[in-house]
Write a protein that binds this ligand. Structure first.
Ligand SMILES: O=C(O)CCC(=O)C(=O)O
Length: 208
């Protein structure tokens, strides 16, 4: 019997979500309750958070949240018209990376960290389908802090699904999910606290 550290996450009954054309697994308590507050505080105070513009319809627009891109030196990532050079791993993020690699059995060489300061911060509809992620990327998404709605919409069939991503949860998106589904974190008028989301990825290594 595998231990909970090594049990595969892609098999039911560990939270596999039955959506067509998707491989999604939600593990609500991936980060132990006792560790969540301290990890949130460390990431919030030590990561070099930035507001960054993206290019929308040819014009630079500020993204409505704070973010930073970290990873191996050759994990260069281009999305929404902007090329991200990785900052070096912090000890906490590297430890999470190692744990995810062990549990999921797949490599990660980078992480996009997003900080939603309140309900006005958001993430628009998109798929993580940039060429450097490959055709079937495994995206491991950890949430710390406030619970926010995470919306999914099927790109061809008009299906929709809604998840609540809560403190300490891990959502894994794999297989053909990014080919067929888009996702978003909408704004909310509810009084919500700060939320950090970490999406660990493997991008094809590139020369700097
Ligand atoms: O904050 C989230 O849960 C979503 C993050 C996301 O969509 C992304 O990093 O691509």
């Amino acid at each position: 019997m595998p231990s909970s550290e090594t049990a595969p996450l892609f098999e039911p009954p560990q939270g596999a979500l039955a959506l067509p054309d998707a491989t999604l697994t939600l593990t609500p308590d991936f980060i132990a309750d006792a560790d969540r507050t301290a990890l949130f505080a460390t990431l919030r105070t030590t990561l070099p958070w930035q507001r960054q513009p993206i290019v929308l319809f040819g014009k630079p627009v500020m993204q409505p949240r704070l973010l930073c891109w970290m990873g191996d030196p050759d994990a260069v990532y281009t999305y929404s018209g902007r090329t991200q050079q990785p900052l070096p791993w912090t000890a906490d993020l590297n430890a999470l990376r190692q744990r995810l690699q062990t549990v999921l059995g797949t490599p990660f060489n980078s992480v996009l960290a997003n900080c939603y300061r309140d309900g006005r911060d958001s993430m628009g509809w998109h798929a993580d389908n940039e060429p450097e992620l490959g055709p079937a990327p495994v995206i491991a998404s950890i949430t710390l802090g406030a619970t926010r709605r995470f919306l999914l919409r099927h790109r061809q069939r008009g299906l929709r699904h809604r998840l609540a991503l809560s403190d300490g949860s891990l959502l894994v998106m794999a297989g053909s999910t990014q080919q067929h589904w888009q996702h978003a974190v909408p704004k909310t008028t509810l009084p919500v606290g700060e939320r950090i989301n970490l999406t660990f990825r493997y991008v094809t290594p590139r020369r700097r």
